[in-house]
Design a protein around this ligand. Sequence first.
Ligand SMILES: Nc1ncnc2c1ncn2[C@@H]1O[C@H](COP(=O)(O)OP(=O)(O)OP(=O)(O)O)[C@@H](O)[C@H]1O
Ligand SMILES: [Mg+2]
Length: 336
Amino acid sequence: MIELHGLTKRFGEKLAVDSLTFSVRPGMVTGFLGPNGAGKSTTMRLMLGLDRPTAGDVRIDGKHYQDLDEPLRYIGALLEAQARHPGRSAYNHLLCLAQSNRIPRARVAEVLDLVGLQAVAKKRTKGFSLGMGQRLGIAAALLGDPTILMFDEPVNGLDPEGIHWIRNLMKRLAAEGRTVFVSSHLMSEMALTADHLVVIGKGKLLADTTMAEFIRQNSRSFVRVRTPQPEQLRDALHGAGITAVTAADGSYEISGVTAARLGDLAAQHRIVLHELSPQQASLEEAFMQLTAETVEYHAHETPPPEPVAAEPVAEPAGAWGENWQQRGRGRSGEGG
Ligand SMILES: Nc1ncnc2c1ncn2[C@@H]1O[C@H](COP(=O)(O)OP(=O)(O)OP(=O)(O)O)[C@@H](O)[C@H]1O
Ligand SMILES: [Mg+2]
C-alpha cells in the first residue's frame, strides 16, 4: 500500500505536484494517468524518496522510504530513464544490485528468466535494444521480490509483443496480491491493463476511481438507429417518452434505452430498421475531455497549406492527438 497525503513539489515557480492525496492498494493494477508534464514522474520520484516533497508526505506500508530497511524488498521501480553501466553485462548489472541489497545471487538468474533475457545475460547492455533495456529495468524492479511495483511509462517505445508481455506481467503481479502502480499517458493502453485509475493534470488530482466507474462516468453511450421510416419511428419514440437526437447522417442517437427495447418498440409499430447498434464514445476521448484544461504542452499548429492545383491538400494536424503525444519539456533546477 502506498499512501500520499497532501503531497506537493515545487521547482522554483513551477508547482509540479499539487497537494495530492490518494492511496494505491494491493491486489490490483492502478493506472496513473495525465498529460505530458502533469507530474507523474515527479510523484513517483517522491514516492521513492529520490526527491524531497515541498509539503505533505508519502508512506510505503506505513513508513517513509528512507526508513525502510532493504527497500528493494518492499518496492521495486522502473523509472523513465534507466541508468546503467553500458559496459556491464545484464547479469552483472543485476548482480551488483542484488549484492548491495543482500539479495541471494540465485535470484538474478530467476528474474532474467522471468523477463526472457537469459539468452543475452552475459552480453554487455550497451548493445541492448529499447525493449531489452525495458526488460532489464523490469528485472531489476523484480529483484527483491517486492510487494509493491512501480513502473513509469513501461511500454514506451515497445513493439506490440513487448506491450502485450508487460501488460500480462502487470496483471499477474497484481493477481499475486502485489501493489502495482503504472504511469502512462495512453488511455487506450491503460483501459486494457488497469483496474483502478488515478488521473492528474497540472499536478492536481482529477480522478481516483475504478476503471469501470471511470468508463461509466466519462464515456457517453447510446444506440444508433437507422430507418427508412424516420417519421414513424419519431412518433413511436415520442409515444414511449424516449428522446432521440438526429445525427448529421440522418440516423438517430438514443441514450438511456437498450437496443433490445428499441428493437421491440420498432417491431410493435412495424417499423423497418436498417441499423440498431449500441455505441460507446472511446475512453481516450473521455480522458482527453477530462484533462483538456490541464494540457500544458500544446503542439505548434501550422495553418493548412494553400491548396495547390492537382496536389492533395494536407489536413491540419489533429490538435488533440498532437497535443497529447508531444513530449515537450525543458528541465532545469534541482535533480538535474
Ligand atoms: N528536476 C526538475 N527541475 C525543474 N522542473 C522539473 C523537474 N522535474 C520535473 N519538472 C517539471 O515538473 C513538471 C512535471 O514533470 P513530470 O516529469 O513529473 O511530468 P510527467 O507527468 O511525468 O510527464 P511525461 O508524461 O511527459 O513523462 C513539468 O513541468 C516539468 O518540467
Ligand atoms: Mg514522466
